[in-house]
Design a binder for this molecule. Structure first.
Ligand SMILES: [Zn+2]
Ligand SMILES: [Zn+2]
Length: 354
């Protein structure tokens, strides 16, 4: 028997996440009901919670893994008891945007298909979530040898692999990855797996050490906004074929634009705030043929490749997970993720012990 009510961290307004008792979602005949094991805290959720950019109430959390506890009568591809990772956005594969493989711009994709109640918002910061039929194609079974936590990392890894595939690089090329938080470290590793030489930068030494482990060829301490003298030690300054900005830093963007070779690429991954402006020498685009491009969200068609990378541990995400908070402390988890410390990387919420 399923309980009638459950605990959830409900977003009630800017910076207001409250532990409440809410009804357990009722799955329809085409739905799955999943008992949440863990859910990653994602920067996009943090922004919505901190700045109140969407109306409350909502239950956030979309990097979710758990166990299927109910299968709708018309669902035949899943069974109760299966351990799964969820994908809250799945494109229609049929519209104008999808035909251009611009899945994140598809209207169906923009709908959130996993919910713990209220306006669907992921729901992973609750005990149970309902998986709606249009995102069921994104549900991935977690192999027995892998943990729920690894399953919860599929979504962020997907967003990184999608971005990597936007770069036209040849083996041996040099790529700057600015920012070595969990996302930057994933970039470093995925690029290294493709035979690229990564120059990793960050404000924190601890992260640079990790970047080495994740395959960076060179590391360099970045200059902070306050104007700390940048480290003069470190790598030779390779000609950069591309740069990935995994931090929303203007200084890093200017450096990247300056340092990539002619016809090189600069990819924005963290500049998600509307209205952020910068100066751009347009001749660097027109004459030097430097491409400025962006990548946002995931590519559903990469899900198998992502699962293979994570579950085989070619990209071993386990060392990216530094903190785990019980559901009761979801607000503390979000607060820590919003203000990372030298020893914090990926933060998970959830009561599962494995
Ligand atoms: Zn996310
Ligand atoms: Zn579409």
């Amino acid at each position: 028997m399923l309980p009638k009510t459950m605990r959830a961290a409900v977003y009630r307004g800017p910076n207001d996440l409250r532990l409440e008792t809410v009804p357990v979602p009722r799955p329809g005949p085409d739905d799955l009901l999943v008992k949440v094991a863990v859910c990653g805290v994602c920067p996009t959720d943090i922004k919505k919670i901190q700045y109140g950019t969407v109306p409350p109430p909502r239950i956030f959390g979309h990097e979710t893994a758990g166990t299927i506890v109910r299968v709708g009568a018309r669902v035949h591809d899943f069974r109760v008891g299966e351990r799964v990772a969820l994908h809250h956005h799945v494109p229609c594969l049929d519209c104008h945007a999808c035909r251009h493989r611009a899945f994140a711009q598809c209207e169906t994709y923009k709908r959130t298909g996993v919910t713990a109640g209220f306006e669907p918002a992921g729901g992973g910061f609750a005990e149970f979530v309902r998986v709606l039929p249009f995102v069921r194609p994104g549900v991935v079974k977690i192999p027995a040898r892998n943990s729920f936590a690894e399953g919860a990392m599929l979504e962020p890894v997907n967003t990184v692999l999608k971005a990597v595939k936007r770069l036209s690089l040849l083996p041996g090329d040099a790529v700057l990855v600015a920012g070595q938080g969990p996302i930057g470290l994933m970039f470093t590793r995925l690029l290294q797996l493709r035979g690229l030489n990564v120059l990793a930068t960050d404000l924190l030494e601890t992260r640079l050490r990790l970047a080495k482990k994740f395959g960076a060829k060179w590391t360099r301490l970045a200059q902070s906004k306050a104007g700390n003298p940048a480290s003069k030690v470190g790598p030779p300054r390779p000609v950069l074929d591309a740069a990935v900005l995994a931090v929303p830093s203007d200084a890093a963007l200017q450096e990247a634009l300056h340092r990539v070779r002619g016809a090189g690429q600069v990819l924005l991954f963290a500049h998600t705030k509307r209205g952020a402006l910068t100066e751009l020498d347009l001749a660097s685009v027109c004459v030097d043929e430097k491409d400025l491009l962006g990548s946002y969200s995931a590519d559903f068609t990469l899900q198998r490749e992502v699962a293979r990378l994570v579950f085989s541990r070619q990209l071993d995400v386990r060392s990216l997970i530094t903190h785990r908070f019980p559901l009761e402390q979801a607000a503390a988890a979000v607060a820590l993720a919003a203000r990372p410390t030298p020893d914090s990387l990926k933060i998970l919420v959830g009561d599962a012990t494995e």
